[in-house]
Design a protein around this ligand. Structure first.
Ligand code: GAR
Length: 219
């Protein structure tokens, strides 16, 4: 036990900038969570280097080496448990997890998605937001449920779509907000400041942001 901190496993598939945001947050001695293990389904994921540089143990579990999704998920589950992990963060983990896995980690498994859920589930979120003509999009941290990009919402950030945005420019701006809200969501959970009522989360304390983001600006 790391001084009563929440013991977290992070699942990644790629560059790991959200993982880095979590690593940076956990570097603060007052942060209530510690990353015990980073698991990637891809051996060349750059996030593995980020973890190694931070002295965090890593594991590669290549989904292609398993005959079924269930077998892959069981290997991930076993690896997390063997490392003493009690809570899992998906950070750009681009595999759909089976219902069994999700239920086993129910309310101990969160994800970050680059849209204001329930809008724009799935892939290609930024281009689809631009194509739909929305003026505000954003990102969401949510508890994971068996349906894709579904589950009780913990924190969201609203990000305006600006004139001239293409998918890359919009993605880069949303990513900055992702890096702010993922550590925030993990901290709120680890400090017991988020409670579930049915399939919704409620902040136990604190004042929600009350100001509206209006885009385009009324000025
Ligand atoms: C992030 O934008 C994350 O929200 C998204 O993948 C990216 C991973 O970037 N996740 C999903 O789309 C999951 N549905 P990162 O590897 O730099 O954190």
């Amino acid at each position: 036990m790391a001084g009563g901190k929440l013991k977290v496993g992070v699942l990644i598939s790629g560059r790991g900038t959200n993982l880095q945001a979590l690593i940076d947050a956990c570097a603060d001695p007052g942060f209530p969570a510690v990353i015990e293990l980073v698991v990637s389904n891809k051996a060349d994921a750059f996030g593995l280097k980020r973890a190694a540089d931070a002295g965090i143990p890593t594991a590669v579990i290549d989904h292609k080496a398993y005959r079924s999704r269930a077998a892959f998920d069981a290997a991930v589950d076993e690896t997390l448990r063997a490392a003493g992990v009690g809570f899992v963060c998906l950070a750009g983990f681009m595999r759909i997890l089976s219902g069994d896995f999700v239920e086993r980690w129910r309310d101990r498994l969160i994800n970050i998605h680059p849209s204001l859920l329930p809008a724009f589930k799935g892939l290609d979120t930024h281009q689809r937001a631009i194509d739909a003509g929305v003026t505000i999009t954003g990102c969401t941290v949510h508890f994971v449920r068996p349906a894709m990009d579904d589950g009780p919402i913990i924190v969201q950030a609203a990000v305006p779509v600006l004139p001239g945005d293409d998918a890359d420019r919009l993605a880069a701006r949303i990513l900055e907000s992702e890096h702010a809200i993922y550590p925030l969501a993990l901290r709120l959970i680890a400090e017991g400041r988020v409670r579930m009522t049915g399939e919704k989360t409620v902040r136990r304390d604190g004042v929600p942001s009350a100001g509206a983001l209006i885009n385009p600006s009324p000025d």
